[in-house]
Design a protein around this ligand. Structure first.
Ligand code: RUQ
Ligand code: CUA
Length: 662
């Protein structure tokens, strides 16, 4: 969601007759920044000192995940996930290309909204981060030992993987709910007039099983649902462990002008899924295997190579045939966020067009299910009575509530997009206790551990859509940004603004101690199982196989072996398989060759990466190291000679290195 600010909010007159200034976010009236004297000292991390938290932030339409230190807001790393990245060859090297393969081919981009942390006992464990791709429905798993994407799975029978990848308390499942309803099945079943939406379109929510031992994922099952649009989700915990909650909109089933037509009903739904039951049905063989072709891509750290597996089918469960899987709780009005408090008893729906924040009780929901306290059904799925499941409403919280996070003292923090503020309220009494402006139009927010059983608290971070006038201008596009607030005291206190890479959506923040000591420093060269590894300079060589030339190359400060290559001809495909022989922390070497239509390689110590190059002209072409690795970095270079097709220059490789004994 990206909105441009204007000085006057444009009111949207809804069918219900209420004017809601929703199209544009409005600036808070008091835009003066009130910073108290000691704010600077609270975010100052002295040179050479470490931050206290890692903040993992989705990059929106950059398709990346960025990592910042908190409280300083310093950018530590951009991790390419669904995007190619010339800085490190992600998506360009032969080894990483399979990571971006899908049933639609090679897709080097996506729109990433939600970062979720792997959990043990309901608390982030610092092992993995997960992130969704909206446009080509995918979920990625990022290994926090290497800060690299270890696998990406495509979600079949989905379109717009937005309510994803939220996780269960022991990382049993990640969910992936489709944002768009679509016709599914055979080609004939999918080729239907859009007007037949109400009869022919369906939705699904998928349950993806992550394997934290191998860093891979597989789809355990998916549930077919009525054609509603899923927006967000969160798992139950504690008493509600075993359930999952999804916000829905467009229960009107509009297929055009959704802006108006999907805002007709005064309530949509929170969908409650009994996933333990679904798991049991799946185990008992009560689902059906249906068409659902999808890619599962995994980067293996021992071969330093990604491979793709393609699966044709997926196990689908049909709630029309299987009882007690799904229930709908009415929720005013086009709910966006769907958040569960640390006790697991309360579920907060953020009706973005509503003037209240409804808080549902899990105990009341269970009671209502037991009593069959239904107001009816929606496409065969029981709809519980609003009054029976409601704990209460937070009255007049602000305009345009989107998302809620929690601290460890019984307070909730909700973001208000339209009124640009964070509102703090008491989860028991439902009373608003504090509010602070954000600059501007906050989307998501994050408290460290704020969607877990035991939030670490301390800060709330706002992720804003608009920064007009907050930073030096940079042409038509201004930076996106985050803002850090202290929540230690009774009043929230703004401490810091920091620009972000891409448009930030959801984020996770973890204490640095959970992550930092596990960092991989380098890969052991003796454990390198890459098929084209070169484990020492003595093994460096060039091998011709037809028109393919394989260069087995090594690099170490400050030379390549071989560094003079001849006998390559036009029409050849050259594969530079470059192994970095260094066995020390933070000594990558780069590799680039003149005229290569691709990015450099950036090879970590002990790793092998491959650059494919099809020379286009005759001559002697230089190659060199791109990463300033030593005082003799500028000497780390070599030549490859390209001769005309049909030339009889013999294939040779020169390795004049003391290390090679030559
Ligand atoms: S969303 S700004 Cu795509 Cu998570 Cu609410
Ligand atoms: Cu190696 Cu510069």
């Amino acid at each position: 969601m990206r909105r441009r600010p204007s000085n006057s909010a444009i009111p949207l007159i809804l069918a219900a007759g209420i004017a809601i200034p929703y199209i544009q976010g409005c600036k808070p009236t008091n835009t003066k920044t009130v910073i108290t004297g000691d704010a600077a000292s609270k975010v100052y991390v002295a040179p050479g000192q470490h931050d206290e938290f890692y903040n993992f932030v989705s990059g929106g339409f950059s398709g990346q995940m960025s990592v910042y230190g908190l409280p300083s807001g310093r950018l530590l790393r951009d991790i390419p996930v669904f995007s190619v990245d010339p800085e490190n060859g992600w998506g360009y090297s032969e080894e990483t290309k399979p990571m971006l393969m899908t049933t639609h081919g090679f897709i080097p981009w996506d729109d990433s909204h939600h970062v979720e942390a792997s959990m043990s006992n309901g608390v982030p464990d610092g092992k993995y981060m997960f992130i969704n791709g909206n446009n080509t429905p995918r979920v990625a798993m990022i290994d926090l030992k290497t800060f690299r994407t270890s696998s990406i799975i495509e979600i079949p029978n989905s379109a717009g993987n937005h309510s994803s990848p939220f996780i269960t308390p022991n990382s049993e499942y990640l969910v992936a709910g489709t944002r768009f309803s679509i016709p599914m099945g055979t080609d004939a079943e999918r080729d239907v007039p859009i007007e037949t939406y109400k009869e022919t379109f369906k939705s699904t929510v998928s349950f993806v099983k992550p394997d934290t031992a191998t860093g891979t994922m597989a789809i355990a099952f998916q549930i077919k649902t009525p054609a509603v649009d899923f927006d967000l989700a969160h798992a139950g915990k504690g008493p509600s462990d075993g359930w999952f909650f999804f916000s829905t909109y467009n229960t009107e089933k509009a297929h055009d002008l959704l802006e108006v037509n999907a805002s007709q009903r005064d309530k949509d739904f929170i969908m409650a899924v009994n996933w333990k039951k679904a798991e049991q049905y799946a185990k008992e063989g009560k689902g059906k295997m249906i068409a659902g072709k999808h890619y599962m891509n995994h980067y293996d750290e021992s071969t330093h190579t990604a491979t793709s597996k393609v699966t044709e089918q997926v196990l689908q469960l049909d709630p029309a045939e299987l009882a007690d899987l799904l229930y709908f709780m009415p929720c005013p009005k086009s709910p966006h966020g769907c958040d569960v408090d640390p006790t697991g008893e309360f579920i907060v729906g953020s009706g973005k067009l509503a003037a209240t924040l409804p808080v549902f009780s899990f105990a009341k929901m269970q009671q209502a299910i037991a009593n069959k306290d239904f107001e009816g059904d929606y496409n065969g799925i029981p709809v519980l009575k609003y009054e029976s499941v409601l704990q209460g409403e937070v009255k007049k919280p602000g305009l345009g509530p989107l998302h809620t996070e929690f601290d460890n003292n019984g307070f909730a923090y909700s973001s208000m997009f339209v009124s640009s503020e964070i509102v703090k309220w008491n989860v028991k009494t439902l009373e608003v206790v504090d509010r602070v402006p954000t600059y501007y139009s906050i989307g998501h927010l994050c408290v460290p551990g704020g969607d877990s059983k035991q939030p670490w608290g301390k800060y709330v971070i706002a992720y804003n859509k608009i920064t007009k006038d907050r930073y030096l201008p940079t042409g038509p596009e201004l930076t996106q940004s985050a803002q850090l607030y202290s929540i230690d005291g009774p009043k929230m206190e703004l401490l810091l603004d920091f620009p972000t890479t891409g448009e930030p959506h959801y984020a996770q923040a973890l204490p640095a101690d959970l992550v930092k000591n596990k960092s991989t420093k380098f890969f052991k060269i003796e454990e390198n199982k890459h098929p084209y590894v070169t484990k020492g300079e003595k093994e460096a060589k060039v091998v011709r196989e037809g028109n393919k030339v394989h260069v087995y190359m090594t690099c170490i400060r400050s030379h390549f072996a071989p560094d003079n290559i001849e006998g390559v001809k036009l029409g050849d495909e050259v594969y530079f398989h470059v192994t970095n022989l260094e066995q020390d922390w933070d000594v990558p070497h780069g590799f680039a060759v003149k005229g290569a239509p691709t990015a450099e390689l950036l090879i970590m110590p002990g790793e092998t990466q491959t650059l494919k190059w099809v020379p286009q002209s005759v001559g002697v072409k230089p190659f060199y190291c791109t990463d300033f690795c030593s005082a003799l970095h500028q000497e780390m270079q070599g030549y490859i000679r390209v001769s005309p097709a049909g030339s009889n220059v013999p294939l040779t490789a020169n390795t004049k290195s003391p290390d090679a004994g030559l």
